[in-house]
Design a protein around this ligand. Structure first.
Ligand code: ADP
Length: 219
């Protein structure tokens, strides 16, 4: 199901960043925050922003929160408010609820009350940055499971001008190049004859170990 309308509770750094990006992507976003100044600022950006305490059921009900496809609870340090707002969104019937956790315990409680996805922004970003620091070619990655990853790797000098058949990461390491993102456009499911060039980005899928080995070999 495609999401169309989002309600974001808490318009601090995290919530406002999600809201701005969703608006850029063309979606409708209602922002709720108890701080008047924050709401004034975000009213210029979001479809609508209102001053309200999201821990009050009547408030959420009157704002029609249940009509939204997805709710994001982006309240940070006030863990009690985060939990209450999350429960209320779930009870009101918001289809998908995503919530930010400030620590593991907070995250566990959010999971227990049925949140669809818990996000640990600082922890997750820290992990991501650490991976990128130790692997200069690694631009981004998605963990498909504990074992498998999709990684975006910059093409290093040693691979420029080489065809996929000569690079052969599948034969050598067990990971596959499933796409090449070139400045002119992306090649999905490239052929063995496709050639890697400077400024290209390889999209690689495989086990964590196979991708690490490939990175080490080209790093
Ligand atoms: P960040 O780290 O993302 O900036 P903050 O904790 O600083 O997170 O911001 C959370 C936002 O949530 C603040 O703007 C705060 O006013 C808002 N907020 C906190 N509690 C409530 C609540 N009960 N109802 C509505 N907004 C809330």
């Amino acid at each position: 199901m495609k999401m169309h309308q989002f309600v974001i509770i808490g318009l601090g750094r995290f919530g406002s960043s999600i809201g701005r990006e969703l608006i850029q992507l063309g979606y409708e976003v209602l922002g709720i925050d108890r701080d008047e100044e924050t709401v004034q600022e975000m009213n210029k950006v979001l479809t609508h922003a209102v001053v309200a305490d999201a821990t009050e059921e009547e408030v959420l009900r009157s704002l029609g929160a249940r009509n939204f496809d997805c709710g994001v609870v982006a309240i940070g340090d006030d863990i009690q408010a985060s939990i209450l707002a999350t429960i209320l969104l779930k009870e009101l019937g918001v289809k998908k609820v995503v919530a930010k956790a400030v620590n593991e315990l907070h995250g566990r409680v959010l999971e227990r009350i049925g949140v669809d996805r818990v996000i640990y922004p600082e922890r997750d970003m820290g992990i991501r940055v650490a991976h990128q620091l130790v692997s200069p070619n690694l631009l981004d990655y998605i963990e498909l499971s504990k074992k498998y990853t999709i990684a975006e790797l910059a093409v290093p000098g040693c691979l420029t001008g080489k065809s996929l058949s000569s690079v052969n990461p599948r034969g050598k390491f067990g990971c596959s190049i499933v796409a090449i993102n070139k400045p002119k456009g992306i090649i999905i499911a490239p052929n063995a004859e496709d050639v890697l060039m400077e400024n290209d980005v390889m999209v690689v899928i495989g086990t964590n170990e196979s991708i690490e080995q490939f990175q080490e070999a080209i790093g």
